[in-house]
Design a protein around this ligand. Sequence first.
Ligand code: BGC
Length: 499
Amino acid sequence: MGGAGLGLAAGCAVATCAIAAVMVGHRVRSRRRWGRAVALVREFEEASATSVGRLRQVVDAMAVEMHAGLASEGGSKLRMSLTFIDNLPDGSEEGTYYALDLGGTNFRVLQIQFSGKGSMILTHRVQRQPISQELMTGTREELFNFIASTLKQFVQREDDGIDQIPDVRKDLGFTFSFPVRQLSVSSGLLIKWTKGFSIKDAVGKDVAQCLNEAMLKTGLNMRVAALVNDTVGTLALGHYYDVDTVAAVIIGTGTNACYLERTDAIIKYQGLLMNSGDMVVNMEWGNFWSSHLPRTPYDISLDDESPNRNEQGFEKMISGMYLGEIVRRVLQRMAEESDIFPDAVQNLSVPFVLRTPLMAAMHEDGSPDLREVGRILEDHLKISGVSLKARRLLVRVCDIVTRRAARLAAAGIVGILKKIGRDGSAGVASGRTKGKPRRTVVAIEGGLYVGYSMFREYLNEAVAEILGEEVAPYVCLRVCEDGSGTGAAVLAAAYSSNR
Ligand code: BGC
């Protein structure tokens, strides 16, 4: 080979080496970036861990806070509000009653006919109406006028004369699923809004009175007979069907629980409550907080940027309003620090762009190539070209968030059982009859539990795990579909002045 030939060969070799070096460098960098994404998920998983030991600490903290909230007003982040409901329906309620259910982005109007015998519902008519963003953040007059006029149209359409004597005022159950200071069974003051509502001039007002006035204005001869939280409606309907029902939990857009408490344990109202017996207590557990909750930097930033900072801490880790948003925050960080979601930083930086139902659909994608995950990323987040292994990592993030949420909710439930002595920890004092624990039913409603099977499985599994195999068979978690609305109607029947 001549000198020129040698030079050319050497040049080629240098170029080949350079290309190889670039390729190797690229692969190393990309492997490093992939490693970074995996490390972020691993860190997140560790920070979100809910071992049974930790869950038991949450159970204890919940029971302690319940005691504190019952002892004095403001004694705990758990509000433990009185409801004045001291008699739960038992299936003997009779007649046609209406209910209004307001608690999220939809409100519902219902008309239910109760048979009066053996917990039988004869007719059940429902209309669903979306609430616009403007109404959620406008004035109380706009909101209540809208609700009353929708109710009026519904009554005109559905009121076919069954069981209704003209000119007799009809009784209505009003489910209002926000924190309220209850004044009586049929009245209560709004303490604060949650779940994205913010109608400033309604705070501090009696919401039943607002509705009564709006109904009067539209010419409706109706009156709020029972103002209830959605948990209370669910407990009422649960008890209507099964008298062993002692507590109810909602896990939907927001989360909360209520239960039947002995009045002599409600120390803060000892003067007010003369009769001894039981009363439903609305815990407002969305606001529960404990240092035992596994909080991550993503939860902290979500809270910092929320309109209700330092409030609803438990709700922000558990409920449907927030789970998708926690996942989005983790994915955004992964997009920033790795290249697994090509060109996605911008799209992933929009708060609440990943709604929980989409996250659930990705989590439950059973196809081997995670086709649904790819479709949702493309259609809803405008992110394309995500590799299969990156899609798998994304599903793992969804799993971590959902599992933590479900297990914390489970610990909350066992916390209530502990407070009322139904968790088996106190032997005979825990309601055991002849050595056997008593059957205990907890009614559950809300889209997350009812419609998201992975969430439901994780929660059921954790309740059994915490309770242990001796007590778990005596605790039944029972879905109480439409409890919030139908339960308010049955309470209107139970507390009706026409009864
Ligand atoms: C509200 C509760 C309600 C729960 C479930 C929370 O945000 O504060 O009153 O029961 O959501 O709807």
